[in-house]
Design a binder for this molecule. Sequence first.
Ligand code: ZN
Length: 284
Amino acid sequence: MNKKLAPFLILLLPFLGFEPLNEPPQWHEDLTFHYKILHQDTWLPMGFTLKLENIHSRMRMDLAWCWPPVSSGTRIPLYLYRNQILYTHGRFHPPAWSVGLAIPEVRSILTFSQKPMANLYQIIAHETTHVIFVSYWLRKNQNYPPYWLNEGLAMVEQTSQEHSKDCYWYQQISYLAGQNLFPLKTLMRLEPMKMSNVQSIQLWYMESYSLIYFLLRKHSNFYFKTFVSYLRDGRSFKTALWAGYRYTPQQLERAWFRFLNVQSRQKTFGPISKVGFFHDLGPS
Ligand SMILES: [Zn+2]
């Protein structure tokens, strides 16, 4: 490198998106159409970039209404650490128990190499949903989207509709019926990072997943889009729900609980999955 240029380049690098990381080992970069992959292992797993683009196009079909026209030209930085220790001690400081993190402010996601690959792909889909959905929401609203909606949607988008049964959360909701559930009103008010009881947190996540699964997968996508866009515009939950689904909150709660009862009688799973996510949204 030309030595006279070096100091200038160091100043410029953060603006170009190549901020020095000050952490071992060295980062390698690969580009796909929609992701800038920064990885610590020399080589990416076989088929990784193709799979990432498959996930992205599947999500784009599912949530087309979330995509701004310009996003197709902006790659999402994906930091793929070599292992969980390097991930935890990296510059983003994710919680030690987390397996992935989204930082919507810089449209970035991070996780670490892990097996089986199916889990890793679910994590990437989950974190990508946060980045896309939060950016959709903030285009019209100054506040973050409600937790139950943001988390529930990211959990549902971990897999395609036809592979829902491979998802840990889908398998878990078969056991929700008959439990002491949070009523709808409570579920929407709670914030997982302010809860301390692990069982309650797990229940909150499962219920949020099951509610969004019911709203998105058991109804027309158009209903969901209408409902969410009303909420984003600052309309009340009651108004948004009626506009999208012609449900009152009471009717929704009854229909949702009926759905959980049906699920409890249909325990037809794929392989049991163990991927879980807790508090994976980065600092705001
Ligand atoms: Zn999440």
